[in-house]
Design a protein around this ligand. Structure first.
Ligand code: CA
Length: 224
């Protein structure tokens, strides 16, 4: 079944161009002009990815993305008219997966769609980050062959990042996935746990630092 992409864009010419490029490449595409319609569409659940313009007539794309993230993990690519807006996309942790700046090439946009969907398709395979081995049955993770002594949240944090190597997780995304039901989570929660996690990895191998910090964005674990 082809992936179904929701295009949220009030300029008909741009929306048509995107929809055409997507369909040419074998995707299904639907188009709405308003942020509220986008939220309703995603709530309906039929879409695999959202292409979201920042400048919409009713509510801004930033706000749409922020609200989306309260109920959905759906990948979002933001369209921005000005490169200054990029700082807000990467800085505000609104939870977008990628962005393109107008004017953009429809082919490039479709290529990004493909990359993101492929990333999601990939099952969390064991050994995809060779330094780590996950023993699900025993609820433990080995690093360089040595079992790590992890707290519940450190375990879940590491599992989340290992399941998607090279994917940058924002603090908000990690909070939602790892601390979903916790009451005592706050702004510093993710950073604090990353710090203790790093210390435990260094205790295994002093030079080891598999967790990457992406300034203003979040964290990832690299494949190598
Ligand atoms: Ca617009």
């Amino acid at each position: 079944m082809p992936a179904h992409i929701l295009v949220v864009e009030d300029e008909a010419a741009i929306a048509d161009t995107i929809a055409y490029a997507l369909k040419t490449e074998g995707f299904e595409a639907s188009h709405v002009e308003l942020g509220e319609a986008a939220l309703a569409g995603v709530q309906g659940g039929a879409f695999n990815l959202v292409i979201l313009d920042v400048g919409l007539p009713d509510i801004s794309g930033f706000e749409v993305c922020r609200r989306l993230r309260t109920f959905s993990d759906i990948p979002v690519i933001m369209l921005t008219a000005r490169s200054e807006e990029v700082d807000r996309i990467v800085g505000l942790e609104i939870g977008a997966d990628d962005y393109v700046v107008k004017p953009f090439s429809p082919r490039e946009l479709v290529a990004r769609v493909r990359v993101i969907l492929r990333r999601l398709d990939r099952p969390p395979t064991e050994g995809s980050v060779p330094a780590f081995q996950v023993d699900e049955a025993k609820h433990r993770i080995l690093f360089k062959g040595k079992a790590l002594d992890l707290t519940r949240y450190e375990f879940r944090l590491l599992m989340t990042m290992l399941a998607h190597p090279d994917q940058v997780f924002t603090r908000t995304q990690l909070l939602e996935r790892v601390w979903a039901e916790a009451e005592e989570s706050g702004d510093r929660t993710v950073d604090t746990h990353i710090k203790t996690l790093r210390a435990k990895l260094r205790a295994v191998e002093a030079e080891a630092d598999p967790i990457q910090t992406h300034r203003g964005l979040g964290y990832s674990i690299g494949r190598s």
